[in-house]
Structure formats: structure tokens, C-alpha cells
Design a protein around this ligand. Structure first.
Ligand code: M6R
Length: 605
């Protein structure tokens, strides 16, 4: 969602602020702004639209060495110059940028209006700067004013404050919204996500919930909410700057699609010894595995689709009950979970607000929790009993690709591990492990089908709708394919269990309707094929994704997956749907990496 950068150092702040915000553009935004500080005044520029619009309005004399920047994704109030951050107090002496949602902003605003404060935006964020002003006037010590302000805020925040009172200092605070800190020879800085800093340092300190920090030219102090000094925990980010650049591809999404063989290889590295699954993080839990009665898989969006896949495998391998639910539902459904429940949370960013809230609920109910996360040191990673990292590297495009396939793979490994811990022998495990190791090559081979998917995507040129169908392990692929297409091409797409078509959705099938059908699971493929024929009989144009054996002469567009165990076919099949969505969006001239209304990491409810 919104992006934040802050810099104080020995050189002009603006280059860091702008390069950082541009690295965070992938998170989605609709307006941008910066404040630069000198000892007498704050100079703030903000505009609706892209960073390039902001750069146009920046005037000269921009060499101040302390400043904060922001890209906003509208929640309270439309995208506009007025609602863009930074927000200033009366007198223009304090400036604030904020990510998150101040849930009690209406009550705080009323209180401040009664005190004679004026508001100039529709945002919840503006109450923060006015509240800071209020406490600073009572006692002009910024650290105390910030602590008092944070104590009054309900909801989530990552915020940066700068002021004329301490013109070389930035105050930073965090609760349930990401914020990372860094330091180099150039100065001290902060950002809402690590890619904004990778050009300056790879040693990064994620601020923990409730903590705040004081950044000066050559010092960085971190405090707990009550003002006690906090321990500084640095993380080394192994990614190089190139990992967050397009590297010759015309979009991050296409680059990330092509990175999947390597990402899967890295995710699988060192996970097996013979047929034994090596996941020391899970062994260290020392859990009473026999007491686990059921397992829940919980996530949002694409990660939720990975959970559907994993829950199918889990039931198949362990014979134990599994439940799967979007985090936004789990957190409010009063789930029947407890100390006998294992909850598995899946997230690329590790910062998704709903998933984080669901995790907190599961912990409060005494469940054992495991996270499958991509971003090192993220909130979800830190708050579970055990964390497993996918090795997708930075995923910049809003539409998730390599994060999804690495989640499928790592969840598969985790489910095998759980079966092992439950003392269950999985049938055909040797062949399965052999094929898991072959998966990167299989994905390489699948990527050779790019020209075919490009041609198939042309079918959508004049279409407003598309349908994705599949059964069993093919169903999450259908859901994910439909989501991808909607997200980046804005073609309306729905996914159905193939067997459900005749119970309603088939009414929508007419001449030339595009149907992408997955029939990769041998025990059910013949049934799916019959369902597909029902759509062909009504004029649908079907693209069939199946294995090497399935007889499918009657279909015009048949895409055959390379030979691999059926339970792994959803991985190459997902790659085909990603290419399909990518080329459909390209055909329609869409902004593929930054689809409208979407944010990469949804850190608000
Ligand atoms: O970072 P997370 O994996 O927790 O994000 C969850 C969803 O917001 C995310 O997967 C979203 O659906 C993507 N835009 C899908 O491409």
C-alpha cells in the first residue's frame, strides 16, 4: 500500500527519498509528496498522480539533508493534492507521513476541533500531526509528544515525523504496519519496505510493533513504547539491487514469471535427505504432534489459493481433517480452534493486515502456528511459532507469480513433513521427491509455451468475460488463473469446479466465450473433459491444459504439461495461466505492474 521514505545525513535527502519511493511504486499509490527541512521552515510539495508529477512541481534549492516522503493509496478521502501526505500542523513546523489506518480518528478529530484545531484533508492521518502539535505545545519535547500521540492512536501506523525544532532529526514509529531502518556512510534512513534501501545498504533493521526510533545524521536510537532503549536487531538482506530491477524485461511481472525455475530451485534447496524431509524449524517446535486433531490453512488472495492446494494435499497424505479459509473471514468467524489445532499462515509480504490479525487470534486461542512467508523478518514471520521462507526473492509486480509457485512447493514439502511427524508413510514418496527436484526443469520447459499462451490470450481481445474450470487440485489453479486475469487485464473472470458448471454458470456460456480448462489430475480428468464438452456444445472456445496422455483430439487448443507427478502439475499449470493473463493485459495495453486500485501489500483491513 502506501510507501514511506525518510533520510537524514550529510548529503541532500531528496535523491534517497525519490529513489526509495520509486522502488516502492509497485505497492500501488495515487498521490505523492515530500517535506524537506531546514532550520527555519519545512518545505512540502505534494501532487495527485505518479511520482513523475511530483518531480515536475519540485522547485529549485532542494539540497536540504533531512526529509520525509510518501506515496499514498487512498483509504480515507479521494486521491487529491489535499489528501496527499505529508500533513502539516498549523504554523507548518511539524510534518508527518503515515501508513495504516487510525481507527479512532473521528473521535480524535472531534477532540482537536474542540481545542480549536483546523483540518484541511479528509484523511485519518491528519489527526496524527495535529495531536503531535497539541502535545508538543503542552511540553516541547518531541520524543514525549510522539509517545503520547502513539498511545492515543487505535488501529495501525507506520509514521515518520520531522520538524523545524530538530531539523536534522526524524522520528519513526510503528504498529501493525511495516517500517525498516538503515544506516550507511551517507546517513540514516527509513522506509516502509526494504527495496527502497537496497542501493544504500543490505543491513536492515525492521522496527517491531510498538517501538519508535530517532534518526540523526550519524546515530540511530530505538526505543520500546514506554521509552526504554530497545535491542537493535539487524537482518542481512541477501538480494542484490538487480533483484529489484527489470533486468531487460518489459515488466517486473514477466521477469518474475521467468524467475520461477530459479526461485523454486532455491526454495527446495536442502529440503530432502533420501525420503526424509529436512525442515529443522519444524523439528525445533518439539510439538506433541499426536495431539493435533486438525489443521487450518489461512491467507489472503493468491496465498489463499496456495492454501486450498495445500489443504487438499494434507487430507490426501495425512487422512486428517483440514480447513481452509481467507484470513479476513477467519478473524471474525469465531473459529472452533484451540491447543489441538495447527494453523498455517501463508503470505508473500508477511504484512497483510487480515492475515496478521488471524494469526493473533489463533495464538490467543492457543493454536500451534507455522508461517510460510517470503519477506525476511516480516511481522507474520516474527509472530509464529515457526517460520519457513520461500526463496522467491523480491516480488515487485502487484500480481503475484513466483511467490505463488514457491508457496505451492514449500507447502507441499511442509505437508510431507507433517505426515512424517504424524508417523504416516506417504505412498509413492520417492517418485514424488524425485519429481519435486525436477520441478525447476519442468517449469523451464513450460515457459517454452509462452508463444502459444500469447496466441491463446488474443482470444480475449473482444471478450469481457472468461471462465476457468478445474476439479480437485486443479481448482486452486482455476481460481488463481481467474484472479490473475482480473487483476491485470480487467477482463471479468470466474473460476468454478468443473462439476458445478451445470448447476448454474453454464447459463453464461455462449458462442465464443473463452474457457480455460484444467484437466491435469488423472483420477478426475475424464469427468472434467465431459464438463468441458458441455461448454463446447454451447459455442465456447476452450483452451485445455492437460497431461501428455489424455486423449483430447476434439479440442482445438490443447496445451500439454511436461511429464510430472499429478500432484505437482498445478505448479506448471499456474505458470501457463500467468502467461495467459500477462499477454491478455499486454494486448489490452494495461499497466501490468501497477494495476488500478490494487496494492502489493494490503496492510490495512
Ligand atoms: O502478501 P500476501 O501474500 O499476504 O498478500 C495476499 C494478497 O493480497 C495477494 O496475494 C494478492 O491477492 C495479489 N495481488 C495476488 O496477485
Amino acid at each position: 500500500m502506501c510507501g514511506i521514505t525518510g533520510f537524514t545525513g550529510k548529503q541532500p535527502a531528496l535523491p534517497f527519498l525519490l529513489q526509495g519511493l520509486s522502488k516502492l511504486e509497485y505497492r500501488g499509490y495515487d498521490s505523492a509528496g515530500v517535506t524537506l527541512v531546514n532550520s527555519k521552515k519545512l518545505r512540502t510539495w505534494k501532487t495527485k498522480g505518479r511520482l513523475s508529477e511530483l518531480e515536475k512541481v519540485l522547485s529549485d534549492d532542494l539540497d536540504q539533508s533531512c526529509g520525509i516522503g510518501h506515496t499514498r493509496w487512498a483509504t480515507h478521502g479521494v486521491p487529491s493534492n489535499m489528501n496527499a501526505h505529508p500533513h502539516m500542523n498549523r504554523g507548518n513546523t511539524i510534518s508527518v507521513v503515515h501508513n495504516g489506518i487510525v481507527e479512532n480518528y473521528a473521535a480524535l478529530k472531534k477532540e482537536l476541533l474542540d481545542e480549536g484545531y483546523e483540518f484541511h484533508s479528509d484523511t485519518d492521518s491528519e489527526v496524527i500531526v495535529q495531536l503531535l502539535d497539541y502535545y508538543y505545545r503542552k511540553k516541547p519535547v518531541m520524543k514525549e509528544a510522539l509517545m503520547r500521540t502513539c498511545r492515543r492512536l487505535e488501529g495501525s501506523y507506520a509514521l515518520c515525523v520531522t520538524s523545524v525544532y530538530e531539523p536534522n532529526t526524524i522520528y519513526v514509529a510503528k504498529k501493525e504496519s511495516p517500517m525498516v531502518l538503515g544506516q550507511s556512510a551517507e546517513g540514516t534512513f527509513c522506509a516502509s519496505d526494504a527495496p527502497a534501501m537496497l542501493e544504500y545498504t543490505k543491513e536492515i533493521m525492521p522496527l517491531q510493533d510498538g517501538q519508535f526510533a530517532i534518526l540523526n545524521k550519524d546515530s540511530l536510537e530505538v526505543f520500546e513504547a514506554d521509552g526504554r532503549p530497545a535491542e537493535k536487531k539487524w537482518i542481512h538482506f541477501p538480494y542484490d539491487v538487480q533483484a529489484a530491477q527489470k533486468g531487460g524485461y518489459d515488466s517486473f511481472m514477466l521477469k518474475e514469471i521467468h524467475e520461477q525455475p530459479g526461485a523454486i530451485r532455491e526454495t527446495l534447496r536442502g529440503r530432502f535427505r533420501g525420503t526424509k524431509v529436512i525442515l529443522p524449524q519444524i523439528d525445533k517446535l518439539n510439538a506433541d504432534w499426536d495431539s493435533i486433531r486438525e489443521t487450518w490453512f489461512i491467507a489472503c488472495g493468491t496465498a489463499y489459493h496456495a492454501c486450498i492446494y495445500a489443504s487438499g494435499l494434507y487430507q490426501r497424505y495425512t487422512g486428517k481433517p483440514a480447513f481452509v479459509m481467507p484470513a479476513s473471514e477467519f478473524r471474525y468467524c469465531d473459529p472452533a480452534v484451540g491447543p489441538h489445532t495447527l494453523c498455517i499462515f501463508v503470505s508473500q509480504s508477511g504484512e497483510t493486515a487480515d492475515t496478521l490479525a488471524a494469526l493473533k487470534l489463533a495464538r490467543a486461542k492457543g493454536c500451534l502456528t507455522i508461517a510460510v512467508v517470503n519477506v525476511l523478518g516480516s511481522s507474520i514471520a516474527r509472530q509464529t511459532d515457526a517460520v519457513l521462507y520461500t526463496a522467491a526473492g523480491p516480488e515487485i509486480a502487484v500480481a503475484s507469480t513466483k511467490a505463488y509457485t514457491t508457496q505451492l512447493v514449500l507447502l507441499h514439502v511442509l505437508v510431507l513433513k507433517l505426515a512424517e511427524l504424524f508417523g504416516i508413510k506417504v505412498k509413492g514418496i520417492s517418485a514424488l521427491i524425485r519429481d519435486l527436484k525436477r520441478l525447476p526443469d519442468v517449469i523451464e520447459e513450460t515457459l517454452q509455451k509462452e508463444p502459444v499462451m500469447k496466441k491463446c490470450a488474443k482470444m480475449l481481445k473482444d471478450q469481457r468475460d472468461a471462465y476457468f474450470i478445474g476439479r480437485q487440485l486443479d481448482y486452486p489453479t482455476a481460481l488463481e488463473g481467474a484472479l490473475k486475469l482480473k487483476e491485470i487485464s480487467y477482463v471479468h473472470a470466474d473460476a468454478y469446479y468443473a462439476g458445478e458448471l451445470k448447476h448454474g454458470p453454464i447459463a453464461l456460456i455462449e458462442k465464443n466465450t473463452v474457457v480455460l480448462a484444467m484437466a491435469t489430475q488423472p483420477e478426475i480428468a475424464a469427468k472434467t473433459i465431459s464438463n468441458i464438452k458441455e461448454t463446447v456444445a454451447r459455442g465456447a472456445r476452450v483452451i485445455l491444459v492437460t497431461d501428455e496422455e489424455m486423449s483430447a483430439e476434439e479440442f482445438k487448443y490443447v496445451i500439454r504439461l511436461p511429464e510430472i507427478c499429478p500432484s505437482l502439475r498445478p505448479v506448471p499449470a499456474a505458470v501457463l495461466t500467468q502467461l495467459f493473463a500477462y499477454y491478455a493485459a499486454k494486448e489490452k495495453g494495461c499497466d501490468i505492474d501497477k494495476p488500478r486500485n490494487l496494492a502489493k501489500s494490503v496492510t490495512v483491513e
